[in-house]
Design a protein around this ligand. Structure first.
Ligand SMILES: NC(=O)c1ccc[n+]([C@@H]2O[C@H](COP(=O)([O-])OP(=O)(O)OC[C@H]3O[C@@H](n4cnc5c(N)ncnc54)[C@H](OP(=O)(O)O)[C@@H]3O)[C@@H](O)[C@H]2O)c1
Length: 308
């Protein structure tokens, strides 16, 4: 079995979906809600910090790979003094627990990290660039990466960039779903025009992580889309593709938002490593949005379309 922490999150959902029933999966999430079993997926509500419970639930499942994606990934929550302790326990403490779980089982360890480990000063970032986080979320994830490298031989660290995709209704909304929701209600929104990424379709991220696991990849991999653009440009593109009112989107600089964590300005990735090792071409942002639109409007059609 492949065991996934955070199996109901944006990435967890994408991993389940792009597995297409091929591998036996199990996974945990934190919330107090029921997940209906999908084909060959065993869901359980359990805290990453509660190793006894996790070990008991999965004791007969013959886990040979752990994908650790759970944690508090909300940048502002991690920065906030009120939540910092809990966020640190969930992210750093959770990684420590999951590493010991994987070690005991002799399982491969796949750690899901982030572009937030970089300071944003010298994009595009390659896998050999040195992390230098400028906020608490990035610092926690960077600390986890170090812990993974020091504690387990067979590791894979995947750093997805900003993901767009559909979130499970129990989960926090993505940048994409927030924009769609506000524009559909006709609300004006302020979006920063000085923060840049090459956004990644969550399902494409899931598909590429399975490709990396299948080829038994080792070390660090950056996964991103092809198009580098600001959040403002991304929001306008979303509006255009989904036929919503672009005029509701107002460009602002990061300094407009006073109370949130500092954001690195440009953490876009150089995707050469994944391109050459997997023989893929990253997906452009508009193309990804069109695929997502098809998925939303007519799920049956999506199955017939290319690899999605
Ligand atoms: N989303 C992005 O754009 C993005 C970009 C770069 C990197 N990443 C990384 O990708 C990973 C997945 O992110 P995501 O966006 O998919 O996250 P997400 O949508 O916020 O979901 C987080 C998942 O982790 C679970 N979880 C949280 N705390 C837990 C705990 N203590 N014990 C067990 N499960 C727990 C949640 O369960 P409940 O919902 O039930 O609480 C949920 O299933 C994270 O490591 C993040 O750093 C994400």
């Amino acid at each position: 079995m492949i065991f996934i922490t955070g199996i109901t999150g944006i990435l967890g959902e994408a991993l389940v979906e792009k597995n297409e029933g091929r591998r036996r999966l199990g996974g945990i999430y934190l919330g107090d809600y029921e997940m209906n079993g999908r084909d060959r997926v065993k869901y359980a509500s359990a805290d990453v910090l509660d190793l006894d419970r996790v070990s008991t639930i999965f004791k007969n499942d013959d886990i040979d790979c752990v994908i650790h994606a759970a944690g508090i990934a909300d940048t502002d929550k991690c920065e906030d003094e009120k939540y910092y302790k809990a966020a640190y326990a969930s992210n750093v403490g959770g990684t420590e627990k999951m590493l010991s779980f994987a070690k005991k089982l002799g399982a491969k360890f796949v750690y899901i990290s982030t572009n937030a480990v970089f300071d944003g000063a010298k994009a595009p970032y390659t896998e050999i660039d040195t992390p230098n986080p400028i906020n608490r979320y990035g610092a926690m994830k960077s600390e986890c990466e170090k812990m993974v490298k020091q504690n387990i031989k067979d590791y894979l660290i995947v750093r997805p960039i900003l993901m767009y995709g559909l979130n499970n209704p129990n989960e926090r909304m993505s940048f994409f779903t927030k924009i769609i929701e506000k524009l559909e209600k006709g609300k004006k929104i302020n979006v920063v025009d000085d923060v840049f990424e090459n956004p990644l379709l969550s399902y494409e991220c899931g598909r590429l992580i399975w490709r990396l696991i299948d080829k038994d990849a080792f070390g660090i991999y950056h996964i991103a889309g092809k198009t580098i653009l600001s959040r403002y440009e991304a929001a306008r593109t979303i509006a255009r593709v989904f036929r919503l009112d672009e005029g509701l989107i107002n460009p602002v600089s990061s300094s407009f938002f006073k109370t949130i964590a500092p954001r690195p300005k440009n953490t876009s990735y150089d995707t050469s490593k994944i391109e050459s090792e997997l023989g893929i071409e990253p997906l452009g942002f508009e193309d990804g949005l069109r695929l997502l639109k098809m998925r939303i409007e007519n799920r049956e059609k999506v199955g017939e379309h290319e690899r999605y």
